[in-house]
Design a protein around this ligand. Sequence first.
Ligand code: TRP
Length: 509
Amino acid sequence: MERSQWSSKLGFILAASGSAIGLGNIVFFSANAYKFGAGAFYIPYLLALFVVGIPVLIMELALGSWSGKAFPAALRQIGGRPAEFVGWFGLVSASFIAMYYITILGWVLGMWLGALGGDLWKPSVALPAFGLEEGALPNPVAYFFSMLSSWWNVVFVGLVWAANMVITWRGAKSIEMAVKVFVPLMWVFMLVMIGRGLTLDGGLHGVALLFTPDFSVMTEPAVWHGAFSQIFFTLSLGFGIMTAYASYLPKESDQSASGLMIASLNCGFEFIAGLAVFSLLFAFSMVPKASSISMMFFVLPQGIASFPTGVKLFGVMFFTLLLVAGLSSSVSLVESMTGALGDKLVGRSRAGILAAVCGCGMLGSALFAWPQVIDPALDGDGTVGLTLVDLVDHWAFSYGLLLTGLAECLLVGWVLGPHVLREYLNAYGRVKIGVWFDVLVKYVIPLILTVLIGFGIWGEVRDGLYGTGLAGAGTPWALGALAVWLGTSVGLAGVLTMVGDPPREEVGQ
Ligand code: TRP
């Protein structure tokens, strides 16, 4: 099977920035900033960006075009089979993220239809399944839960998976076609949203709030953990996604420049998205709850519903923005797994591999969306589906990502030697990278990641798994989700490492 290639540098930059810019930029950033000290959050955020984010991004890009292979095979070139195992472990964890990310996009599709059809803007409906009468909840909330308790939500999730499959059908070629439309569209829509937000009465007050620092939170480990996680998530790092995308470029690419470009585009978008969200929210004196899900589906739509004019127009635009930004991110998760399997299972058809990846993904996503898993007895958000999303995010994202990122840095830092990638980068790059890169990759980043993992584990011990208390009612759920994630990731990664070996490669370059 021919490996696919981007047709141009522009196509690659659009695709990589499309992967980076997603729900993370539009909602998770603002939710985190609000929760973690508003203006003060920029301090750990920028530190995380420069000390860890940009160096790891450049490292993952370099790894891809240097090896010309997807993540597991690229790591194998460095450290043999154990290293390849790390790559698969990361990709299986990334697949869990794809499952819940696409479930959320399915819900976005449902809300988009409601916004377009107008039902979302009507007075609130009754929710018999929850024992709630008409008008008991603001309409976006009632609409969301009535969608979640119907089979439609499984249909929506299936449709978003189908869209992912169509977009990744021909690898880089078809992804490039999609992002050429999606990426410009999301910039335009975001600029329109921020224009609307800032011109609302009180909009500027919201922006001022985003920049008002609350320094008292800086001593909390959770804030630092939040900032580093946000940087990893928003730049699509730690799972070799950027490695996969960069492997479709010629070896002579300037990856230092690409890295700086992708990081600037992503963080620029995140910055203006923060302005838009804060101006929208505070114009209507709404306080975003800590959960980004409720911000995306309840609070922001309520804000839009209170616009003096153009409710439907801006509502449809908001959900279209979430959809295209989310799709250009989710396809990168699907492609990195499909591409890696294609490199490994030489001789298998891409269509077959893609169908298997999307089929498994769809089943997983359906679990999050299954109407039966909505349980009014649960407190908090009231559904097992939402709790499952949170739980899987907690394990697969927080731990899967930190562990894979740590192992990746150790492999490049101590087995390959960071100077190999640095010399490669400098051979083709205009921006020259100094020895600081070696110091970061070898010592600083592994140390930071180890501390973050350590704090995480300490938290599990202190507050019970996933903060459920040592014998809390949620503990079996937390334990179950941990077992499923760890069991599947380790088991599947082991199998994938052992099976269908490609012809022997030369180790090293
Ligand atoms: N970066 C995307 C966002 O901000 C999400 C995403 C896509 C991602 N691919 C990823 C996150 C890989 C972690 C790893 O929404």
